[in-house]
Design a protein around this ligand. Structure first.
Ligand SMILES: NC(=O)c1ccc[n+]([C@@H]2O[C@H](COP(=O)([O-])OP(=O)(O)OC[C@H]3O[C@@H](n4cnc5c(N)ncnc54)[C@H](OP(=O)(O)O)[C@@H]3O)[C@@H](O)[C@H]2O)c1
Length: 329
């Protein structure tokens, strides 16, 4: 496994990270035994960056990871945790809380669930509109000083918030959606991160499966994708035609559709680490196969001709969720 430094002040991590969200209900039911096996296989293959959120399955995802890391695996990985999204007992989404007291409470519970004494990268999942970012980052910085957190990251915030946060404490990475069909960061956010030495951990590299070559419509209303604008009706048909065009270019290069989508993100810079959302070992090994390909400028041009910038139909979240994205303002 290749390794890279996360941002200019962050840890050395694997070139691809594993995002564990899909193992805790966000994409409908998942298989616990297979999830644990996937985590194990990822670590065995040299994946060290493991991403979660305390709200993924309301603690379920952290407990799953904690279980897998028992018995000596904790020190082989860097754990990245998002906090702040509030949920009710039925799983409903009820806003964000990133006040300093909420930072410390959430962190205390997260450490227990993961069975660890520190988090490698801790980040607010979204900007809390009621709390200045300086207060949130200041509280995490206190936790860095106290030894409970090693590094601070951000998620889905725009350039003004990035600069304000970085003025309080070094920021190692911004977690944000980035793929052939979601290239919004290229104009302002990515250049700002590069100027400040902040890495990118890219999610949605396969557009949540839509451009993976394995898409099947969700059968479960709890699957996030059953509500996403890109997955509905005409939008889905248009976007799947883009995936097909991507697949044709990929096939000519001896790659699968998913590998081409991941390789394209890898080719955008050593400072961008794709987070793979695999919850099965076969998906994981397909994704890791992307590391075997180095795209030429001609390959990149062919992929971008198949999926031109801005060609996806539908926004990346429904309106209510888009309203929480500081990165889209
Ligand atoms: N900061 C944020 O706001 C934010 C938001 C979303 C996610 N994230 C993080 O980023 C991680 C990845 O995000 P994502 O789920 O959007 O990623 P993604 O890689 O775009 O989508 C993952 C989904 O694609 C499908 N898929 C098909 N072929 C695959 C393959 N070869 N490898 C992997 N998946 C394949 C899988 O669905 P099936 O299992 O149904 O086949 C999988 O659940 C999450 O787990 C989470 O840790 C962060």
């Amino acid at each position: 496994m290749q390794t890279v430094q996360l941002g200019k002040s962050g840890p050395q991590t694997s070139r691809l990270g594993l995002g564990c969200m899909g193992m805790s209900g966000m994409y409908g039911p998942s298989d616990r035994t297979e999830s644990l096996a996937t985590l194990h296989a990822a670590i065995d293959s040299g994946v060290t960056l493991i991403d979660t959120g305390d709200f993924y399955g309301m603690g379920h995802n952290e407990m799953l990871i904690g279980e897998r890391l028992k018995g000596g695996l904790r020190d082989k990985v860097q754990i990245s945790v998002k906090f702040g999204a509030q949920r009710d007992p039925a799983g409903g989404w009820i806003g964000y809380d990133a006040r300093p007291s909420a930072v410390k409470t959430a962190l205390a519970y997260t450490l227990q669930r993961l069975g660890t004494d520190h988090i490698d990268i801790y980040r607010p999942a979204r900007l809390d509109p009621n709390v200045p970012i300086e207060e949130t980052i200041g509280a995490i910085a206190e936790m860095v000083k106290a030894g409970y957190v090693r590094h601070i990251g951000l998620s889905e915030v725009g350039t003004d918030t990035i600069r304000r946060a970085a003025a309080v404490h070094p920021i190692v990475d911004l977690q944000i959606e980035y793929s052939l069909v979601s290239r919004g960061i290229e104009d302002q956010i990515l250049p700002t991160c590069r100027e400040l030495g902040i890495g990118i951990t890219a999610y949605g590299v396969l557009s949540r499966g839509l451009i993976s070559g394995h898409w099947t419509a969700p059968s479960d209303a709890t699957d996030f994708r059953s509500q996403g604008p890109r997955f509905q009706g005409d939008n889905a048909a248009h976007n799947l035609a883009l995936a097909k065009a991507l697949g044709n270019v990929a096939e000519a290069k001896g790659m699968t559709t998913a590998q081409a989508a991941i390789a394209w993100v890898l080719a955008q810079g050593q400072d961008i680490i794709p987070l793979i959302g695999a919850r099965r070992r076969d998906r994981l090994s397909e994704s890791l196969g992307a590391l075997d390909f180095t795209l030429s400028q001609e390959d990149i041009a062919a992929l971008e001709a198949a999926v031109p910038k801005g060609s996806a139909a539908g926004s990346r979240y429904a309106d209510a969720q888009m309203a929480h994205l500081d990165s889209e303002k």
